[in-house]
Design a protein around this ligand. Structure first.
Ligand SMILES: [Zn+2]
Length: 409
């Protein structure tokens, strides 16, 4: 599968580590160069002036083609000085395609001093390419020949492409999901962000109750009101991330559980997050808890754990109880087809909890914690301030045009 990104960097960890343990906060990370048995780098790897020593046979590796990210990405000859000045660079190879055409790969292997093997042999492969627009394509295959890889890179819009490490050491982690292998220790890796044409993660926020259904109540507070406020604040916070957001309701309306579930399922949400506050006959019961359906998979458990670890500390810091990670047969958790988590922010029937949740500043803190939890759990990328600035600039431009328009009218 080939993914296309705008930005690339090379990660050089202090100690060789597996792909899974690579210090990375970008959308995607994968193997790049060739590696010796002891995790020694074979070839060139450089990032922001930091250059990792080539422990390979330099009489061989100096013939390897090299990817350079400068003002724009390009492939060129091995050149440590050029790599040091680049945003990032790494050597691999052989080249598979150049100028929009598949190359004679056997000839490329000879010219780059690679030991000869059959480029028609199907195996696990990885490749990097550059598109006509100057974006970077990253491909991974479980079973393909190098000629198939070359053709697919061209079909994905690449004008040039280079082979990366193949076989059992080819791996990539995309939004937390491992594709390929993460066994080998890597002294460097390649990371990407700002995917082009990639589907954005969809977050469905479900403020509980509404309209004729007030939910729980206590100390003059209705559940439907406070959970809506938290949800709207969360929506605002999540807009800072590269994701799509939908709410089951944005006003005080009634919506059935069937409708909420159907809406999220039809939209193909990646996460269903239901926001509630609790009530109990015993006014001493207080604190935070969250729920998943009892028989969920590892991904839902992991997402819930991350959300819990962001939200529970807010309540604990206020001296409220952490009632833990629970399971329940709630319809919104049971009938949704995507990971679903329900949070219970405090007990309205408890005086101290009610006082906290009635405070807008507390609701804002909860919304920020929820947004961080969701972003962390789904691997969302924060929208660059420059992009936000660009949006503001476009709006300002539009306002200026309208001013001119009105003057003319
Ligand atoms: Zn509720």
């Amino acid at each position: 599968m080939i993914r296309v990104f705008k930005k690339i960097k090379v990660i050089i960890p202090s100690e060789p580590c597996t792909l899974k343990n690579m210090p990375n906060d970008w959308e995607c990370v994968g193997n790049c160069c060739y590696f010796g048995n002891a995790g020694a780098l074979v070839g060139l790897a450089a990032n922001q002036g930091v250059i990792s020593p080539d422990r390979g046979k330099t009489s061989v590796t100096q013939h390897w083609p090299t990817f350079y990210m400068e003002d724009k990405p390009s492939f060129g000859a091995f050149n440590a000085e050029r790599a040091q000045k680049a945003v990032c660079a790494f050597s691999a190879g052989p080249m598979l395609a150049r100028n929009g055409a598949v190359l004679d790969i056997i000839q490329e292997m000879q010219e780059s001093h690679f030991s000869s093997y059959n480029p028609h042999e199907k195996k696990a492969q990885r490749a990097i390419g550059i598109t006509a627009e100057g974006y970077i394509a990253d491909g991974i295959w479980t079973n393909a020949s190098l000629y198939e890889v070359a053709r697919e890179m061209l079909m994905a819009g690449c004008v040039s492409a280079m082979k990366m490490d193949s076989g059992g050491s080819s791996g990539r982690i995309y939004k937390g999901v491992l594709e390929g292998h993460s066994v080998r220790l890597l002294p460097a890796a390649v990371a990407y962000r700002e995917e082009i044409g990639g589907a954005k993660m969809k977050v469905y926020i479900d403020p509980g109750h509404g309209g004729k259904d007030p939910g729980g109540s206590g100390h003059g507070i209705l559940e439907k009101d406070v959970v809506l406020d938290v949800a709207l604040r969360l929506q605002k916070e999540l807009r800072r991330y590269n994701c799509e957001i939908r709410l089951s309701r944005t006003t005080d309306i009634y919506k059935s559980l069937d409708d909420r579930v159907a809406e999220a399922n039809n939209w193909k949400a990646d996460l269903f997050l239901s926001i509630h506050s609790n009530a109990h006959a015993n006014p001493n019961v207080n604190g935070y808890e969250d729920y998943t359906y009892p028989t969920v998979g590892a991904r839902t458990s992991e997402i819930r754990k991350v959300i819990h670890s962001n939200l529970a500390p807010i309540w604990i810091a206020e001296g409220r109880q952490n009632l833990g990670m629970k399971t329940a047969n709630f319809q919104v958790l049971r009938d949704t087809v995507m990971p679903a988590v329900l949070v219970e922010n405090g007990y309205l029937t408890n005086e101290a909890d009610a006082r906290l949740i009635s405070d807008p500043e507390m609701r804002q803190r909860l919304a920020i914690a929820l947004s961080k939890g969701v972003a962390q759990a789904l691997g969302l990328v924060m929208v660059e301030p420059t992009e936000l600035e660009a949006r503001v600039a476009r709006l300002e431009e539009l306002v200026d045009k309208m001013k001119v328009f009105w003057r003319e009218v």
